[in-house]
Design a protein around this ligand. Structure first.
Ligand SMILES: [Mg+2]
Length: 306
């Protein structure tokens, strides 16, 4: 490819490598497909993160995956031998959702379609959470009994729910008919790659369904949402977004998000996207840099030393 973008960080000459390294202070990295694969670790990704930290970079993680608790993220970093993990903050949509609900002083109950951990975090933050427990309907009467709604809710919040069903969606739609009920979403990925050759339908299609039925545009609190960006700018005191390097494997959620916010974007080819996917994009949507994996930083720093 013959353009100014999409450069392999290992193919930069020594001077360009140094210039690239000096061009950012903050590293924001996605997790699944970058630091590890859902099916297992990426060897030496912890070392790569340590080298970036040793070079004076402030590193934080930004993932759309709320199925894993914050402690589980830190356990993974510990297993990867990442140093001083308390310096690293893990941001998932639940944090930006809670921050936003506090900002708008949400007092009414919220209705969620989300995983257990997501609901627990909301409850711990003092919000009243309504949701439908997972159950199996034996007949249509039981099903019909669960459909009417009487509570007034301030927001419908949609995130990944492995037990999603029609009753939950229908109730969300009924709540959203109230003009005062806002529609918030966390992860909005089209596809969730679980492992090589095993993808599942992501939340996007269901969000679009509710959007169509309710005629409401959701507030996106996960990548690539504007409200998540607002949260990150405030939380990490980002003054000059060009001095942030965003590392991710997904062209929409990571690279799109990075480019929308004027971050430098580094695509790693260890997860959801490959070179051919990038080549189909106009240059303006392409990442500035790519690497086969975050582990390429090990060689990158070696090249700088020699
Ligand atoms: Mg990813």
């Amino acid at each position: 490819m013959n353009n100014q973008k999409f450069k392999n960080i290992l193919e930069l000459n020594k001077e360009e490598k140094q210039k690239f390294l000096d061009s950012f202070d903050i590293v924001l990295s996605d997790c699944d497909g970058v630091l590890w694969l859902i099916i297992g670790p990426i060897k030496n990704s912890g070392l790569a993160l340590n080298l970036l930290k040793d070079a004076g970079k402030t590193c934080h993680l930004v993932s759309n995956n709320c199925l894993r608790s914050e402690n589980e993220y830190y356990d993974k970093l510990t297993q990867m031998n990442v140093k001083n993990i308390s310096e690293i903050e893990v941001v998932t949509p639940i944090k930006s959702v809670i921050n936003y609900l506090k900002k708008i002083n949400m007092r009414k109950p919220v209705y969620t379609i989300a995983d257990k951990y997501f609901n627990e975090c909301l409850e711990k933050s003092g919000f009243k959470v309504l949701n439908i427990e997972n159950k199996i309907y034996e007949n249509v009467q039981q099903f019909a009994n669960d459909l009417p709604v009487k509570d007034e809710v301030g927001a419908v919040i949609f995130d990944i729910d492995l037990n999603l069903n029609v009753t939950k969606l229908d109730r969300a739609n009924k709540y959203l008919q109230d003009p005062n009920c806002i529609f918030m979403v966390g992860a909005c990925d089209a596809v969730m790659p679980l492992k090589e050759d095993l993808n599942v339908i992501g939340p996007e299609i269901f969000i679009n369904l509710l959007r169509k039925l309710s005629n409401k545009t959701p507030y996106v609190l996960g990548k690539p949402g504007v409200l998540l960006a607002d949260y990150l700018f405030e939380r990490f005191n980002i003054i000059d977004p060009k001095r942030v390097l965003f590392i991710g494997d997904n062209l929409v959620q990571d690279i799109g998000f990075a480019l929308n916010n004027d971050f430098q974007a580094l695509l790693v080819l260890s997860g959801a996207s490959n070179k051919a996917d990038v080549q189909q994009l106009p240059e303006v949507k392409q990442p500035h840099y790519f690497a086969n994996s975050i582990v390429d930083f090990v060689e990158f720093f070696n090249d700088l030393k020699n």
